[in-house]
Design a protein around this ligand. Structure first.
Ligand SMILES: [Zn+2]
Length: 107
């Protein structure tokens, strides 16, 4: 069971984007990393591409690089606080995430 899922809102608690909230775009479970909207933006210079008539296309792309899961905290959907995540098993044997701050289910 994952602590953080795609579509969650998280708060960045370390690194250059500390304090930023954003939506989780991708989870990389094996690497323990997440890609968060507008967080850890990397500018990459591509080699200029020759585009017809000798024109050079501007070769710069920006994208969100993955950050480690330990650098983010889940923002609770119920109380909007960044929180540690607990788990509980419901009556119908489903595992749901629980907010440590307000005690409510997050899923
Ligand atoms: Zn909460």
């Amino acid at each position: 069971m994952q602590r953080i899922k795609k579509g969650d809102t998280v708060l960045v608690i370390a690194g250059k984007d500390k304090g930023t909230r954003g939506e989780v775009l991708r989870v990389l479970p094996k690497a323990d990393r997440v890609v968060v909207e507008r967080v850890n933006i990397v500018k990459k210079h591509q080699r200029p591409v020759q585009a017809g008539r000798g024109q050079m296309q501007p070769g710069r792309i920006e994208f969100e690089a993955p950050i480690h899961m330990s650098n983010v905290m889940l923002v609770c959907t119920q109380c909007s606080e960044a929180t540690r995540v607990g788990f509980r098993v419901t009556e119908d044997d489903k595992k749901v995430r629980v907010c440590h701050k307000c005690g409510k289910d997050i899923d």
